[in-house]
Design a protein around this ligand. Structure first.
Ligand code: UDP
Length: 238
């Protein structure tokens, strides 16, 4: 049956930028550290992860440089899979059972995305990493994070951010008076024109009443804390 998860179940979105450590490719030191933080939560929380691919390719940028947008987006999606494999490797080095599910079929490297199977994996304490985005050009991995969260019945979306640690009253990089909010509703975020993520992802979470926590990657142990449900960053509620 379609039962609610017995335990806390989260969908963690990690941007590709973080994986690259600021350059193209994978910074293994960073990925190892993230894996260790996730490993510290296994058994207590059911976790699935959507990984971005901005450290390899962004379709919009390649298309501005003259490539066909769809083909460029597929390159972007393939980049996310490399990040998934890196994260899987370091999670396994921490003795965490891990499955990568790809939205684009590639049987030698990953399972195909099957939502009910993803749920079963989580119930068995396996961390599930979703790769290749939605398998659809013109989408972003933020949107996929919201969609996957809904489909696997995650109780919370955790948006790990680079360079900002939550939602502020104004842009903290421009306005020194800006203050971080502990929580706000989707409607408040809309009316204040706060842009913490792509608008499609935002709309999906709002319309389907999913709670979302926006937090910063920078603080030591922040990923662990967010996954375990500590009140860091900003909670966005329906
Ligand atoms: N992408 C796509 N469809 C998806 C997810 C991603 O076409 O469902 C492509 C898109 O070109 C995007 C790239 O993959 O620029 C990398 O993803 P994203 O930019 O979301 O990664 P992040 O910014 O989180 O690193």
């Amino acid at each position: 049956g379609r039962t609610a998860p017995a335990r806390r179940r989260v969908l963690l979105k990690l941007s590709g930028e973080v994986f690259g450590g600021g350059s193209v490719g994978v910074d293994t030191t960073v990925v190892r550290e993230i894996a260790e933080q996730i490993a510290a939560t296994v058994g207590r929380v059911e976790t699935s992860i959507v990984v971005g691919g901005g450290n390899f390719f962004r379709g919009a940028e390649l298309s501005q440089a003259g490539m066909d947008r769809s083909r460029a987006d597929y390159m972007g999606m393939l980049g996310t899979v490399m990040n998934c494999l890196a994260l899987q490797d370091f999670l396994e080095q921490c003795d965490v059972d891990t499955r990568v599910q790809s939205a684009i079929k590639m049987e030698q490297v990953a399972e195909t995305y099957i939502p009910r199977r993803a749920i079963r994996h989580m119930e068995k304490d396996r961390v599930v990493i979703f790769g290749a985005g939605a398998g659809l050009p013109y989408f972003s991995t933020d949107t996929v994070a919201a969609q996957r969260a809904l489909e696997v019945h995650a109780t919370e979306v955790l948006m790990a951010k680079n360079g900002v640690d939550g939602v502020y009253t104004a842009d903290p990089r421009k306005d020194p008076q800006a203050e971080r909010l502990a929580s706000l509703t989707y409607d408040e975020a809309l009316s204040r024109d706060i842009r913490v993520m792509d608008q499609t992802a935002f709309a999906l979470c709002r319309d389907n009443s999913v709670t979302m926590r926006v937090f910063g990657m920078e603080g030591a142990g922040n990923v662990t804390r967010a996954v375990l449900g500590e009140e860091i960053g900003t909670l966005v509620t329906p």
